[in-house]
Design a protein around this ligand. Sequence first.
Ligand code: ADP
Length: 230
Amino acid sequence: IEETASQNDKLAILGKISAAIAHEIRNPLTAIRGFIQLLRPHLLQLGKDEYARIILMEIDRTNDIIHEFLNSSKPSAPEKAVLRLSSLLRQTVLLTESEALMKDCEISLQSEQEEMLIAIDAKQMKQVFLNLIKNALDAIEEIDGRKGEIHIRAKSEGSNAIISIRDNGSGMEQASLKRLADPFFTTKEKGTGLGLSESYRIIKNHGGSIQVESSIGVGTTFIISLPLAN
Ligand code: ADP
């Protein structure tokens, strides 16, 4: 899917809008962060320090995302570090587990080679995988009568890592498939339509590519290709 000039214009507008609201979002986030810190000793006593840790991590990630959006009008090169693909995927799946549990959805992760190394901006790439998994969970929420399943698979193919994320959710029509990279394209009541356009941009900045296969009533598969570091 190619980016068009109008998509770039939209992203520039988006940069301006987010600059305006970022400040307002940061204030309550700082308050939430402070109160969680205060609660932390109590959570520790209850044996729930893990929850505090996740909340803090997610608040920090939210701050990072705001920061990213602020910079999206002047796209910054990713800050790359070499790391293990399988552990990045495991960390990301962990973050979606409570939502998956609530939606009675099973997420399976299969990494064919444990040692696949990729040179990536971990925060950006985590955001990509989170966007894709959350979309899959949303698509699964729309189906009745069968158990939701998300299969994530990583393998190497030549000099690339191939990551596929397959869901048995609602699937998409051809018309939607064509618009996935458009900022603000959404079919959800509370959607922003920014998750995928941002994900496409990140993948492209990493020298990778993204493909989609989808069929109504059957499900959707996103296939990401990223250059291997080893
Ligand atoms: P949002 O999730 O806010 O709508 P996205 O850019 O992440 O924004 O997704 C855009 C649209 O693409 C969604 O509204 C949905 O219609 C469609 N979509 C994305 N992923 C899936 C999926 N796994 N299954 C079905 N539809 C999807």
